[in-house]
Design a protein. Structure first.
Ligand code: GMT
Length: 377
């Protein structure tokens, strides 16, 4: 098969969509395709030299005539420039707005042979899709794409319900690099963090946006800590951090909660953890769940959005109603106190991560889609 020249546009800063876009680019490059990232800064996971990967920086200048810097126009212009010069076959963009719209503009400037694949990650539908000033534009971005994927069936269904697009939306799940996300021997880390050998470890990783309901994680932990000798690792940072810190103090659990801020080598933190909590209000997939599962950490998570497609209730972890602190705490305690149950769910988590979400299987789905589009056109 001919190797393809693929442009990728995503938000390059920390966030699940940027992570998935970058890891996909890396895997495709390993398979011999040429990958051109067109983004405002180097994606943070592109942390070394990769043959076949090129980075084209979008510069957004501020002019006094504009109230806001023209990100969308600068991006579309750069996408068209790179597509023409590098003779790209397609652009794979992550997020319908503005990226699918920018790709559409770039296609008009470049020629119809340039195909557009748009992946929906969640916020563009679950939040922006409700904004009447944007919903028509999101729908237009979807229809203007040559192919559209969503990271879960739940997200695809939500998009149909909310925007009624005519376009077929294919579910392609997220994946992780299983060479990185696996259980590691980190026995030294527990002591370094001041965690006793017989203490259980709960972990939550997010960008601390309101939608993540980190306060619920803290409330659940306060109950768990009364029954089980344990510590809570809070990883990440964001707008709710101040309120979360305040709650930890009020509940008198400061000694047992470790605020670790933004971290890079999450596989090491998962490797010392016993349970992962993700209690969000909305979540189209929950990439952090998959990362934890691959490291053998069972998850207790909210029964919403795409989460039930990742965590199998009673098999690899537990699903609970949003905000049901008492039920979530009970399930977490049962998982932490029943060694056999924990062992079984830990093994199931690894198995599901490797079988359903294996990178080779997911990357192949994208590759097949690219070939269908480029050969048909
Ligand atoms: O969850 C966030 O706030 C970040 C957001 C993003 O744009 O990176 O995550 C979304 O995309 C991830 C990758 O597909 C998914 O794993 C997250 O579930 C999704 N977030 C939401 O739906 C809230």
């Amino acid at each position: 098969m001919k190797k393809l020249k693929i442009g990728i546009t995503c938000y390059p800063s920390v966030g699940g969509s940027g992570v998935v876009a970058t890891e996909l680019g890396k895997k495709l490059a390993e398979k011999g395709h040429s990958i051109h990232f067109v983004t405002t800064s180097r994606p943070f996971r592109l942390d070394k030299m990769y043959p076949n990967i090129f980075f084209h920086e979008v510069e957004v200048n501020q002019y006094s005539v504009f109230k806001h810097p023209p990100y969308d126009l600068a991006l579309a212009s750069k996408m068209a420039e790179v597509a023409k010069r590098e003779e790209l076959d397609l652009f794979h963009v992550h997020y319908a707005v503005p990226h699918a719209i920018c790709a559409h503009l770039a296609k008009q400037m470049t020629g119809d042979h340039l195909k557009i694949v748009t992946t929906l990650h969640g916020t563009d539908i679950t939040v922006l899709g409700h904004d009447l000033s944007l919903s028509n534009m999101i729908k237009f971005g979807i229809e203007a794409s040559d192919a559209v994927t969503a990271v879960s069936k739940a997200l695809a269904d939500q998009t149909y319900e909310l925007l009624h697009p005519e376009k077929d939306i294919q579910t392609v799940y997220n994946f992780i690099d299983e060479r990185i996300y696996k259980k590691k021997n980190v026995s030294h880390l527990k002591a370094e963090y001041g965690i006793a050998e017989d203490e259980k470890v709960l972990i939550h990783v997010s960008n601390f946006r309101q939608v993540k309901r980190v306060q619920d994680v803290v409330k659940v932990f306060a109950r768990v800590a009364k029954e089980v000798k344990s510590k809570l690792l809070l990883v990440g940072d964001g707008p709710e951090m101040t309120s979360v810190c305040k709650l930890v103090k009020e509940l008198g659990i400061s000694e047992n909660v470790l605020f670790l801020g933004k971290q890079n080598h999450l596989e090491e933190l998962y490797s010392l953890s016993d349970v992962k909590l993700l209690l969000s209000q909305k979540e189209s997939f929950g990439l952090v769940l998959l990362e934890a599962m691959a490291c053998g950490v069972p998850c207790v998570a909210a029964n919403i959005g795409g989460i039930p497609e990742v965590v199998q209730d009673g098999v690899s972890g537990y699903l609970c109603d949003v905000g049901d602190i008492s039920a979530i705490a009970d399930k977490t305690i049962s998982l932490l106190t029943d060694h056999e149950l924990h062992e079984r769910m830990s093994k199931e988590s690894v198995k599901i991560a490797q079988e359903t979400f294996h990178s080779a299987h997911i990357v192949k789905q994208y590759e097949t889609l690219y070939y269908q589009l480029t050969e048909s056109g």
